[in-house]
Every structure is written in structure tokens, then in C-alpha cells.
Design a protein around this ligand. Structure first.
Ligand SMILES: *Cc1c(COP(=O)(O)O)cnc(C)c1O
Length: 469
């Protein structure tokens, strides 16, 4: 047993660190040492239990109802608020779309109205569930949804309107009250995607921050998603989807008596559901409690405030919009250096920051997810960031061969064969088996010249190459 665990530890040592605040994407670290231990112990106690049948495992039922009630309490819910625990933010968003679609069977070609900053999970939902997406431009300065444009996009086919609190890409909160009013007056459901902000913005508000209204206190909001595996600092695999009432939830429930086995009854997309993530989340939420989360929000707010003003003060960097939460996106001012080289330089200095490609009014940028674990090392981070910018400036722009760029720009992903894709990947340096190159900037510079459909296809092929045993 020790052998295999030693091997696992060895494998894990090659990963990005999940603690200590050096990885500013994908991971959420409270910096509270016993949280991991509690989560692991609770996970072990319940991972053999199966949420498929809540009557067989009433502990899971009890913990789920308890967490839904906690989330509802935090997000302006009422006695009528109902919910479900899902495997993550994407599943919560998928179910919001599914419930909205199936509540309107009379609509022949249902559509969802999304601001262009809505999370990609909604694009996935429309893709999976055969719903049309109506994507509405956001304000190019603030990156917030424009209520009048959202309202205009609503028509008889609209089954759901979506807005974010905050958006992942820029960390800004959409004008929820205005958008929800437009949805309500059209008789359409309104989902607030608070996957990343739902467990931290209410605490920011309690600390006196001017947080825009986004919860069930806003008339017209019919559902809210909030991920416990983000700012509730729970182990991965847990999100909450809340509905203003149980009737709104019913249409994402699934039942099948049409086979000889047990009558399948699923509140979510999963059927067998491990009790592990749920129990781990329940234990962490109760351990940290109101006081714990308030304190963590305070620490996080200090860290994000320091980092935001520090980034803005670095010559050549500009923060996008006015981030109101725990996320910061910044771009390069002028073309004196390549921004994605800055990410590589940060990696050399032991930090992971996330590159985001340009999309519509949003220029290419680097994205930071700030957590409580970043408090205390802001100066070190900012010093290394300034040094990384200086190194990137010294290195100059990343050259993309104009012939290669022209060739890439001319490609149509719909007509390329698998073999041609693999050839392209090799040109791009994305071969999978050999692992990733140390420096991603040259690859990202080439990918940035590709159309979005081509980039999607290229990276899908790359994923397939990675997942080859
Ligand atoms: C993280 C996130 C999601 C998706 O959540 P996953 O847990 O990664 O599936 C959806 N919306 C927003 C705003 C998010 O930040």
C-alpha cells in the first residue's frame, strides 16, 4: 500500500502546487491547514455511499438539504427556495438550461439569451440540449452585459436569460436587476451564474463592500448556481443549483420506469453519485462556518485589492474593466512586449497565471484567480510580475512566421482531415506524447492567429493526443 501511495506522491509532485497561492487558476486555497484534513476524512467516511437512492443513504439526503439551505440563506432565498447538489458549476449551468427548455415544450426552437461573457458552460448546454444561443455583446469598456441589448434579444423562443455574478473572464458583475426585470416582464426564466462569486460576494457585502445586487432578493431571478469547490474552499466535485421554487426545479428531474431494473430517479445528470464530495463539502462548510468565511473573505479582499492596484501600477499593464470580486484580468498597453511571454516568465519564477485569448471586445489578457492563500505574498507576486514584464520586453514580440499565419488563417476546420490536423499540431509544437514545451508563448501566438472554430478543433485534436495511453 505504501508503495502505491509513494508512486502517487511521486506523480503528484510534477503537478502545479494546489496550496500556497502560487497557482492563480484552477485551485482555491483557504490557507487554513486543517481544512484539507477534515475534507479528506469526511470524504473517506462517505465515498462508498451512493446518492442514487437517498432513502438508502439518508445521511446524504440530510447533508444535501442542509447545504442547499445554507446556500439559499446566503443568496437571499425564501422558504420556497429549492435546489440540488451537482458535480460542479458546469453541471449546475447545464441543468438550469435543461429545466428552462423542458418547462416550455410548446416552444419549437427554444433559445437562451447570453451575454458574450457568459461562461462556456452555457455554450456546452446549448450544444448538448439542442437549444439556440443568442449571444449579446457586452459594453466594450466595462465588459458588463447591456440590459437594453439583452432585453431586445428576448423573443417568443427565449426560455432562459443568463447573466453572471461575476463573469469568469473579467470578474465583473452584470446589471442583474435590470436584466431580471426584462426577463420577468417577458415571462422568461432568469439564471444568475454565481458559480465563482456566490460564496464570496455576500461576505464582501457583509464587510461593507459595494456589491451589486444579484441574488433572489432581485425580482425576476429564478435560479442561481454557486460552486462549493470554489470560494467555499471545498474539495472538488460540488456545486449548488438553487431555484426560486421547487416547481422550477422539476423539469431537470429525470425518471424512468421504462426498463426491467429499478425505477431510475435522478435529480441531476449523474445517477450513481459518490457521497464523498458532498460529505467533504458539508464538513468544510460547517467547520469554517459564518465566522470562518467572513474572515477568509476579508483576507481575500485585502489580497485582491493589493494585487489589483499593484498590477495597475506596473508600466505597460492595464486591468480590464473594474473587477468587483476576486478575479483580475489584465492586458498589455501598447505592443512593446508579448503578454503570453509574461505568463511563461511567471512560470519560470514559480507562479501560474492563466492566458486568455482575445474575443470580440476583450483583448488578449492574463487572468488571476485570487484566494485567501494569496494574502501575505502580494509583494513577491507583484515584484515577480514586474520582472516578468521586463524580461518579456527584453525578449521582444514573439515572431509568427507570416506564411504560417496566412496558411493557418486560410484553413477551414470543417474540411480538414485528422491527419492534416496532426500535421498542424506538430507545426504548432503540440504533439502530446512528448509533453508540453516549457514555453507556451510561441504556441499561443500561433493559436491566436487561428479562427475560433479552428482553435477549438486543433485543441480538441491535441486533447485526443494527450489522452492516448
Ligand atoms: C467555474 C465557473 C463555471 C463552471 O464551473 P466548473 O465547476 O468548472 O464546471 C461556470 N460559471 C462560472 C462563472 C465559473 O466561474
Amino acid at each position: 500500500m505504501n508503495d502505491v501511495l509513494a508512486r502517487l506522491r511521486e506523480l503528484r509532485s510534477g503537478d502545479l502546487p494546489t496550496h500556497g497561492g502560487r497557482t492563480l487558476a484552477y485551485v482555491y486555497d483557504s490557507g487554513v491547514s486543517e481544512v484539507d484534513e477534515i475534507a479528506a476524512a469526511a470524504h473517506a467516511l462517505a465515498s462508498s455511499a451512493n446518492g442514487l437512492d437517498p432513502t438508502a443513504f439518508p445521511s446524504l439526503l440530510r447533508m444535501e438539504n442542509d447545504l442547499v439551505a445554507r446556500a439559499a440563506g446566503l443568496l437571499g432565498g425564501t422558504a420556497a427556495t429549492a435546489g440540488a447538489i451537482t458535480s460542479g458549476g458546469t453541471e449546475s449551468c447545464l441543468l438550469a438550461v435543461l429545466a428552462a427548455r423542458d418547462a416550455r415544450p410548446e416552444v419549437a426552437s427554444p433559445s437562451v439569451v447570453l451575454p458574450e461573457t457568459a461562461h462556456a458552460a452555457f455554450h456546452k448546454a446549448t450544444h448538448l440540449f439542442g437549444v439556440r444561443k443568442i449571444v449579446v455583446p457586452v459594453d466594450p469598456e466595462t465588459f458588463r452585459a447591456v440590459p437594453s441589448a439583452m432585453a431586445e434579444a428576448i423573443d417568443e423562443s427565449t426560455v432562459l436569460v443568463v447573466a453572471s455574478a461575476p463573469s469568469y473572464a473579467h470578474g465583473v458583475v452584470d446589471p442583474i436587476p435590470e436584466i431580471a426585470a426584462a426577463a420577468a416582464s417577458a415571462g422568461v426564466r432568469m439564471h444568475v451564474d454565481a458559480c465563482i462569486g456566490g460564496w464570496v460576494l455576500p461576505y464582501f457585502a457583509k464587510l461593507g463592500a459595494a456589491v451589486p445586487r444579484f441574488d433572489f432578493g432581485v425580482p425576476g431571478v429564478t435560479s442561481i448556481s454557486v460552486d462549493l469547490h470554489k470560494y467555499a474552499y471545498c474539495a472538488k466535485g460540488v456545486s449548488v443549483l438553487l431555484h426560486a421554487d421547487a416547481e422550477l426545479r422539476r423539469t431537470h428531474y429525470f425518471a424512468s420506469a421504462a426498463w426491467p431494473g429499478y425505477t431510475m430517479l435522478n435529480p441531476t445528470l449523474q445517477s450513481t453519485r459518490s457521497g464523498g464530495p458532498l460529505a467533504a463539502a458539508w464538513a468544510v462548510v460547517h467547520h469554517l462556518g459564518e465566522e470562518g468565511y467572513l474572515r477568509l473573505a476579508e483576507i481575500t479582499r485585502e489580497a485582491v485589492t493589493r494585487i489589483r492596484s499593484g498590477v495597475a501600477a506596473i508600466d505597460g499593464l492595464r486591468v480590464l474593466g473594474k473587477p468587483e470580486s476576486t478575479l483580475i484580468a489584465f492586458t498589455a498597453e501598447g505592443a512593446r512586449f508579448d503578454l503570453f511571454t509574461v505568463a511563461d516568465e511567471m512560470k519560470v519564477r514559480g507562479w501560474y497565471v492563466q492566458p486568455q485569448f482575445a474575443h470580440r471586445s476583450s483583448p488578449m489578457n492574463l487572468h488571476l484567480t485570487v484566494t485567501a492563500a494569496n494574502r501575505g505574498s502580494e509583494t513577491e507576486f507583484l515584484t515577480d510580475l514586474a520582472a516578468s514584464v521586463a524580461s518579456a520586453a527584453a525578449a521582444g514580440p514573439v515572431p509568427v512566421d507570416p506564411d504560417v499565419a496566412a496558411f493557418v488563417a486560410s484553413l477551414d476546420p470543417a474540411t480538414l482531415t485528422g491527419e492534416q490536423f496532426r500535421g498542424l499540431l506538430a507545426v504548432a509544437g503540440l504533439t502530446g506524447g512528448a509533453g508540453l514545451p516549457e514555453r507556451m508563448a510561441p504556441i499561443n501566438a500561433l493559436l491566436a492567429t487561428a479562427s475560433e472554430p479552428l482553435r477549438e478543433r486543433l485543441l480538441t485534436e491535441f486533447l485526443g493526443a494527450l489522452y492516448t495511453p
